[in-house]
Design a protein around this ligand. Sequence first.
Ligand code: UD1
Length: 335
Amino acid sequence: MSKGILVTGGAGYIGSHVVRQLGEAGRRVVVLDNLSTGFAEAVLHGDLVVGDTGDHELINRILKEYEVDTVLHFAAHTVVPESVANPLKYYGNNTCNSRNLLACCAKAGVRHFIFSSTAAVYGIPEVQPVTEETPTQPINAYGSSKLMTEWMLRDLSAASDLRHGILRYFNVAGCDPECRIGQSTPGATLLIKVACEAAVGKRDSLSIFGTDYPTPDGTGIRDYIHVEDLASAHLRALEHLENGGDSLTLNCGYGRGFSVREVLDSVERVGKIKLNIREEARRAGDPPALIANGEQVRNQLNWSPRYDDLDTIVRTSLAWEQKLAKRNSSVGPPQ
Ligand code: UD1
Protein backbone atom coordinates (compact mmCIF):
# COMPACT_ATOMS: atom_id res chain seq x y z
CA MET A 1 0.00 0.00 0.00
CA SER A 2 1.18 3.55 -0.74
CA LYS A 3 2.59 5.78 2.00
CA GLY A 4 -0.04 7.71 3.92
CA ILE A 5 -0.58 11.44 4.18
CA LEU A 6 -1.62 12.79 7.58
CA VAL A 7 -3.82 15.89 7.43
CA THR A 8 -4.32 17.56 10.81
CA GLY A 9 -7.39 19.79 10.89
CA GLY A 10 -8.71 18.01 7.81
CA ALA A 11 -12.31 18.44 8.99
CA GLY A 12 -11.95 22.24 8.97
CA TYR A 13 -12.65 24.75 6.23
CA ILE A 14 -9.38 24.75 4.27
CA GLY A 15 -8.19 21.29 5.34
CA SER A 16 -11.39 19.62 4.11
CA HIS A 17 -10.94 21.14 0.64
CA VAL A 18 -7.37 19.84 0.50
CA VAL A 19 -8.50 16.38 1.65
CA ARG A 20 -11.14 16.32 -1.10
CA GLN A 21 -8.51 17.20 -3.73
CA LEU A 22 -6.10 14.59 -2.34
CA GLY A 23 -8.94 12.07 -2.68
CA GLU A 24 -9.50 13.07 -6.30
CA ALA A 25 -5.76 12.57 -6.86
CA GLY A 26 -6.07 9.03 -5.45
CA ARG A 27 -3.89 9.63 -2.40
CA ARG A 28 -4.06 7.66 0.86
CA VAL A 29 -5.20 10.07 3.58
CA VAL A 30 -5.74 9.98 7.32
CA VAL A 31 -7.29 13.03 8.96
CA LEU A 32 -6.63 13.94 12.60
CA ASP A 33 -9.12 16.48 13.92
CA ASN A 34 -10.54 17.10 17.38
CA LEU A 35 -13.76 18.45 15.81
CA SER A 36 -13.64 21.56 18.02
CA THR A 37 -14.41 23.68 14.96
CA GLY A 38 -14.37 21.05 12.21
CA PHE A 39 -17.15 18.72 11.06
CA ALA A 40 -16.87 14.96 10.55
CA GLU A 41 -19.16 15.17 7.51
CA ALA A 42 -16.72 17.58 5.82
CA VAL A 43 -14.16 14.77 5.50
CA LEU A 44 -15.06 13.39 2.08
CA HIS A 45 -12.06 11.11 1.71
CA GLY A 46 -9.82 8.87 3.79
CA ASP A 47 -10.08 7.91 7.45
CA LEU A 48 -10.95 10.33 10.26
CA VAL A 49 -9.30 9.95 13.65
CA VAL A 50 -10.84 12.20 16.30
CA GLY A 51 -8.06 13.47 18.53
CA ASP A 52 -5.59 16.16 19.32
CA THR A 53 -2.26 17.21 17.87
CA GLY A 54 -0.99 17.37 21.47
CA ASP A 55 -1.53 13.63 21.93
CA HIS A 56 1.86 12.21 21.03
CA GLU A 57 0.93 8.58 21.62
CA LEU A 58 -1.96 8.89 19.19
CA ILE A 59 0.21 10.64 16.61
CA ASN A 60 2.98 8.06 16.92
CA ARG A 61 0.40 5.36 16.34
CA ILE A 62 -1.09 7.07 13.26
CA LEU A 63 2.31 7.77 11.72
CA LYS A 64 3.24 4.11 12.09
CA GLU A 65 -0.06 2.54 11.10
CA TYR A 66 -0.48 4.62 7.93
CA GLU A 67 3.26 4.67 7.11
CA VAL A 68 3.04 8.43 6.94
CA ASP A 69 5.63 10.12 4.74
CA THR A 70 3.95 13.52 4.52
CA VAL A 71 2.10 15.70 7.01
CA LEU A 72 -0.14 18.62 6.11
CA HIS A 73 -0.73 20.62 9.28
CA PHE A 74 -3.89 22.76 9.37
CA ALA A 75 -5.12 22.18 12.93
CA ALA A 76 -5.06 25.54 14.70
CA HIS A 77 -7.10 28.23 16.38
CA THR A 78 -7.60 31.06 13.89
CA VAL A 79 -9.64 33.86 15.47
CA VAL A 80 -7.40 36.91 15.74
CA PRO A 81 -9.28 38.92 18.43
CA GLU A 82 -9.55 35.79 20.56
CA SER A 83 -5.78 35.33 20.27
CA VAL A 84 -5.31 38.82 21.70
CA ALA A 85 -7.65 38.13 24.61
CA ASN A 86 -6.36 34.61 25.30
CA PRO A 87 -2.81 34.34 23.94
CA LEU A 88 -1.83 31.19 25.83
CA LYS A 89 -4.67 29.27 24.20
CA TYR A 90 -3.04 30.16 20.85
CA TYR A 91 0.53 29.42 21.90
CA GLY A 92 -0.71 26.15 23.43
CA ASN A 93 -2.56 24.83 20.41
CA ASN A 94 -0.76 26.53 17.54
CA THR A 95 2.80 26.46 18.87
CA CYS A 96 3.20 23.81 21.62
CA ASN A 97 1.04 21.23 19.84
CA SER A 98 2.91 21.90 16.60
CA ARG A 99 6.17 21.27 18.42
CA ASN A 100 4.73 17.99 19.68
CA LEU A 101 3.67 17.02 16.17
CA LEU A 102 7.10 17.91 14.78
CA ALA A 103 8.82 15.84 17.47
CA CYS A 104 6.69 12.82 16.49
CA CYS A 105 7.46 13.44 12.79
CA ALA A 106 11.20 13.67 13.48
CA LYS A 107 11.09 10.40 15.42
CA ALA A 108 9.11 8.61 12.72
CA GLY A 109 11.26 9.90 9.87
CA VAL A 110 8.48 11.86 8.11
CA ARG A 111 10.06 13.42 5.01
CA HIS A 112 7.66 16.18 3.96
CA PHE A 113 5.75 18.73 6.03
CA ILE A 114 3.37 21.37 4.68
CA PHE A 115 2.36 24.05 7.12
CA SER A 116 -0.63 26.32 7.02
CA SER A 117 0.72 29.76 7.87
CA THR A 118 -0.78 33.19 7.43
CA ALA A 119 -0.27 36.71 6.13
CA ALA A 120 -0.72 37.70 9.79
CA VAL A 121 3.01 36.97 10.23
CA TYR A 122 3.68 40.27 8.38
CA GLY A 123 1.66 42.41 10.79
CA ILE A 124 1.13 45.83 9.21
CA PRO A 125 3.61 45.85 6.32
CA GLU A 126 5.07 49.16 5.25
CA VAL A 127 5.18 48.30 1.55
CA GLN A 128 2.66 46.59 -0.76
CA PRO A 129 2.58 44.09 -2.33
CA VAL A 130 4.06 41.85 0.31
CA THR A 131 6.85 39.52 -0.78
CA GLU A 132 8.15 36.54 1.15
CA GLU A 133 11.14 38.72 2.11
CA THR A 134 8.98 41.41 3.72
CA PRO A 135 9.93 41.51 7.42
CA THR A 136 7.76 39.36 9.67
CA GLN A 137 6.37 41.50 12.49
CA PRO A 138 3.15 39.94 13.76
CA ILE A 139 0.92 42.22 15.82
CA ASN A 140 -1.21 39.56 17.48
CA ALA A 141 -0.72 36.19 19.19
CA TYR A 142 -2.31 34.36 16.27
CA GLY A 143 0.40 35.61 13.90
CA SER A 144 3.17 35.06 16.47
CA SER A 145 2.02 31.53 17.26
CA LYS A 146 2.14 30.66 13.56
CA LEU A 147 5.51 32.36 13.03
CA MET A 148 7.02 30.40 15.91
CA THR A 149 5.99 27.18 14.18
CA GLU A 150 7.55 28.42 10.94
CA TRP A 151 10.82 28.86 12.86
CA MET A 152 10.66 25.41 14.46
CA LEU A 153 10.04 23.88 11.07
CA ARG A 154 12.85 25.81 9.40
CA ASP A 155 15.30 24.80 12.13
CA LEU A 156 14.20 21.16 12.14
CA SER A 157 14.58 20.95 8.35
CA ALA A 158 18.09 22.42 8.64
CA ALA A 159 19.00 19.79 11.21
CA SER A 160 17.43 16.75 9.51
CA ASP A 161 16.25 15.25 6.21
CA LEU A 162 12.82 16.83 6.58
CA ARG A 163 11.77 19.23 3.82
CA HIS A 164 8.89 21.63 4.22
CA GLY A 165 6.49 23.97 2.50
CA ILE A 166 5.25 26.97 4.45
CA LEU A 167 2.18 28.52 2.83
CA ARG A 168 1.22 31.97 4.03
CA TYR A 169 -2.46 32.45 3.27
CA PHE A 170 -3.97 35.81 2.44
CA ASN A 171 -7.79 36.16 2.69
CA VAL A 172 -9.39 32.81 1.95
CA ALA A 173 -13.00 32.65 0.78
CA GLY A 174 -15.37 30.66 -1.41
CA CYS A 175 -16.24 26.99 -1.31
CA ASP A 176 -16.21 23.83 -3.38
CA PRO A 177 -18.05 24.80 -6.60
CA GLU A 178 -20.23 21.69 -6.21
CA CYS A 179 -21.16 22.98 -2.76
CA ARG A 180 -20.38 19.76 -0.91
CA ILE A 181 -18.20 21.49 1.70
CA GLY A 182 -17.71 25.10 2.77
CA GLN A 183 -17.15 27.37 5.73
CA SER A 184 -19.55 26.42 8.51
CA THR A 185 -17.87 27.80 11.64
CA PRO A 186 -20.41 29.72 13.73
CA GLY A 187 -19.77 33.32 14.83
CA ALA A 188 -18.09 34.32 11.57
CA THR A 189 -16.15 37.60 11.45
CA LEU A 190 -14.60 37.35 7.98
CA LEU A 191 -16.00 39.86 5.49
CA ILE A 192 -17.24 37.61 2.66
CA LYS A 193 -18.80 35.10 5.06
CA VAL A 194 -20.51 37.90 7.04
CA ALA A 195 -21.79 39.59 3.86
CA CYS A 196 -23.17 36.29 2.53
CA GLU A 197 -24.89 35.63 5.86
CA ALA A 198 -26.53 39.06 5.55
CA ALA A 199 -27.48 38.29 1.95
CA VAL A 200 -29.38 35.14 2.97
CA GLY A 201 -31.08 36.88 5.91
CA LYS A 202 -29.07 35.29 8.70
CA ARG A 203 -28.10 38.83 9.79
CA ASP A 204 -30.08 42.06 9.51
CA SER A 205 -27.11 44.16 8.53
CA LEU A 206 -23.35 44.33 8.35
CA SER A 207 -20.74 46.97 9.05
CA ILE A 208 -17.91 48.47 7.09
CA PHE A 209 -15.08 48.90 9.58
CA GLY A 210 -13.40 52.13 8.49
CA THR A 211 -14.16 54.41 5.56
CA ASP A 212 -11.20 56.76 6.07
CA TYR A 213 -8.30 54.55 5.03
CA PRO A 214 -5.79 55.97 2.53
CA THR A 215 -7.27 53.79 -0.23
CA PRO A 216 -9.21 54.89 -3.35
CA ASP A 217 -12.66 54.42 -1.74
CA GLY A 218 -11.52 54.75 1.88
CA THR A 219 -12.17 51.11 2.85
CA GLY A 220 -9.68 48.32 3.57
CA ILE A 221 -8.15 46.35 0.72
CA ARG A 222 -7.42 42.61 0.82
CA ASP A 223 -6.20 39.90 -1.54
CA TYR A 224 -9.04 37.33 -1.60
CA ILE A 225 -8.08 33.84 -2.76
CA HIS A 226 -10.57 31.07 -3.58
CA VAL A 227 -10.23 28.08 -1.26
CA GLU A 228 -10.09 25.68 -4.23
CA ASP A 229 -7.05 27.50 -5.62
CA LEU A 230 -5.44 27.60 -2.20
CA ALA A 231 -6.08 23.86 -1.84
CA SER A 232 -4.50 23.14 -5.21
CA ALA A 233 -1.39 25.11 -4.14
CA HIS A 234 -0.98 22.51 -1.35
CA LEU A 235 -1.09 19.66 -3.87
CA ARG A 236 1.49 21.45 -6.03
CA ALA A 237 3.69 22.01 -2.97
CA LEU A 238 3.40 18.33 -2.13
CA GLU A 239 4.43 17.33 -5.67
CA HIS A 240 7.36 19.74 -5.45
CA LEU A 241 8.64 18.13 -2.24
CA GLU A 242 7.99 14.58 -3.48
CA ASN A 243 10.00 15.36 -6.62
CA GLY A 244 12.95 16.29 -4.42
CA GLY A 245 12.40 20.06 -4.41
CA ASP A 246 13.86 22.27 -1.68
CA SER A 247 11.94 23.59 1.30
CA LEU A 248 10.05 26.76 0.51
CA THR A 249 7.99 29.57 2.00
CA LEU A 250 5.32 31.05 -0.27
CA ASN A 251 2.67 33.72 -0.13
CA CYS A 252 -0.69 32.40 -1.26
CA GLY A 253 -2.67 35.22 -2.84
CA TYR A 254 -3.52 36.31 -6.36
CA GLY A 255 -1.52 39.51 -6.18
CA ARG A 256 -4.40 41.96 -6.48
CA GLY A 257 -6.68 43.54 -3.95
CA PHE A 258 -10.34 44.47 -3.57
CA SER A 259 -11.78 47.02 -1.16
CA VAL A 260 -14.57 46.25 1.31
CA ARG A 261 -16.95 48.27 -0.86
CA GLU A 262 -15.96 46.32 -3.98
CA VAL A 263 -16.62 43.06 -2.14
CA LEU A 264 -20.02 44.25 -0.94
CA ASP A 265 -20.90 45.48 -4.46
CA SER A 266 -20.06 42.00 -5.72
CA VAL A 267 -22.30 40.35 -3.11
CA GLU A 268 -25.18 42.66 -4.09
CA ARG A 269 -24.56 42.04 -7.81
CA VAL A 270 -24.22 38.26 -7.56
CA GLY A 271 -27.02 37.86 -4.99
CA LYS A 272 -29.28 40.39 -6.76
CA ILE A 273 -30.07 41.93 -3.37
CA LYS A 274 -29.52 45.18 -1.49
CA LEU A 275 -27.50 44.81 1.70
CA ASN A 276 -28.22 46.84 4.80
CA ILE A 277 -24.75 48.38 5.33
CA ARG A 278 -23.63 50.51 8.28
CA GLU A 279 -20.44 52.51 8.39
CA GLU A 280 -18.40 52.18 11.55
CA ALA A 281 -15.01 53.16 12.93
CA ARG A 282 -11.89 51.20 11.98
CA ARG A 283 -11.44 47.82 13.67
CA ALA A 284 -8.35 47.76 15.90
CA GLY A 285 -5.31 46.15 14.30
CA ASP A 286 -6.57 46.16 10.70
CA PRO A 287 -3.95 47.16 8.13
CA PRO A 288 -5.26 49.50 5.37
CA ALA A 289 -4.20 47.05 2.66
CA LEU A 290 -2.75 43.57 2.46
CA ILE A 291 -1.86 42.33 -1.00
CA ALA A 292 0.42 39.43 -1.82
CA ASN A 293 3.17 39.48 -4.32
CA GLY A 294 2.05 36.10 -5.65
CA GLU A 295 4.85 35.52 -8.19
CA GLN A 296 6.76 32.91 -6.20
CA VAL A 297 3.88 30.50 -5.73
CA ARG A 298 3.17 30.61 -9.47
CA ASN A 299 6.82 30.28 -10.50
CA GLN A 300 8.11 27.78 -7.98
CA LEU A 301 5.10 25.46 -7.98
CA ASN A 302 3.91 25.96 -11.54
CA TRP A 303 0.56 26.83 -9.96
CA SER A 304 -2.10 28.65 -11.87
CA PRO A 305 -5.36 29.66 -10.26
CA ARG A 306 -8.71 28.70 -11.75
CA TYR A 307 -11.05 30.95 -9.76
CA ASP A 308 -9.25 34.30 -9.79
CA ASP A 309 -12.44 36.34 -10.09
CA LEU A 310 -14.19 38.15 -7.24
CA ASP A 311 -17.73 37.37 -8.43
CA THR A 312 -16.86 33.67 -8.69
CA ILE A 313 -15.51 33.67 -5.14
CA VAL A 314 -18.65 35.42 -3.93
CA ARG A 315 -20.97 33.17 -6.00
CA THR A 316 -19.59 30.00 -4.41
CA SER A 317 -19.65 31.55 -0.90
CA LEU A 318 -23.24 32.62 -1.38
CA ALA A 319 -24.29 29.22 -2.71
CA TRP A 320 -22.83 27.59 0.40
CA GLU A 321 -24.56 30.08 2.70
CA GLN A 322 -27.88 29.40 0.95
CA LYS A 323 -27.34 25.70 1.46
CA LEU A 324 -26.63 26.22 5.19
CA ALA A 325 -29.70 28.45 5.56
CA LYS A 326 -31.89 25.83 3.90
CA ARG A 327 -30.45 23.09 6.10
CA ASN A 328 -31.05 25.14 9.26
CA SER A 329 -34.59 26.06 8.30
CA SER A 330 -35.44 22.39 7.79
CA VAL A 331 -34.11 21.34 11.22
CA GLY A 332 -35.22 24.33 13.30
CA PRO A 333 -34.33 27.98 13.81
CA PRO A 334 -30.88 29.16 12.61
CA GLN A 335 -28.13 28.58 15.15
C1 UD1 B 1 -8.21 38.18 9.37
C2 UD1 B 1 -6.98 38.27 10.21
C3 UD1 B 1 -5.86 37.53 9.55
C4 UD1 B 1 -6.25 36.12 9.28
C5 UD1 B 1 -7.50 36.14 8.42
C6 UD1 B 1 -7.97 34.77 8.14
C7 UD1 B 1 -7.03 40.38 11.48
C8 UD1 B 1 -6.40 41.72 11.64
N1 UD1 B 1 -6.58 39.63 10.44
O1 UD1 B 1 -7.95 38.88 8.17
O2 UD1 B 1 -4.74 37.55 10.38
O3 UD1 B 1 -5.21 35.46 8.62
O4 UD1 B 1 -8.53 36.87 9.09
O5 UD1 B 1 -8.57 34.20 9.23
O6 UD1 B 1 -7.93 40.02 12.22
N2 UD1 B 1 -14.48 44.00 7.38
C9 UD1 B 1 -15.58 44.83 7.44
N3 UD1 B 1 -16.73 44.33 8.02
C10 UD1 B 1 -16.82 43.07 8.53
C11 UD1 B 1 -15.69 42.23 8.47
C12 UD1 B 1 -14.53 42.74 7.88
O7 UD1 B 1 -15.56 45.97 7.00
O8 UD1 B 1 -17.89 42.70 9.04
C13 UD1 B 1 -13.26 44.50 6.71
C14 UD1 B 1 -12.03 44.50 7.58
O9 UD1 B 1 -11.90 45.71 8.28
C15 UD1 B 1 -10.93 44.30 6.52
C16 UD1 B 1 -11.60 43.43 5.46
O10 UD1 B 1 -13.00 43.61 5.66
O11 UD1 B 1 -10.60 45.52 5.91
C17 UD1 B 1 -11.28 41.96 5.62
O12 UD1 B 1 -11.52 41.56 6.96
P1 UD1 B 1 -11.63 40.03 7.41
O13 UD1 B 1 -12.43 39.28 6.40
O14 UD1 B 1 -12.08 40.01 8.82
O15 UD1 B 1 -10.16 39.48 7.27
P2 UD1 B 1 -8.78 40.13 7.79
O16 UD1 B 1 -9.00 40.97 8.97
O17 UD1 B 1 -8.10 40.74 6.62
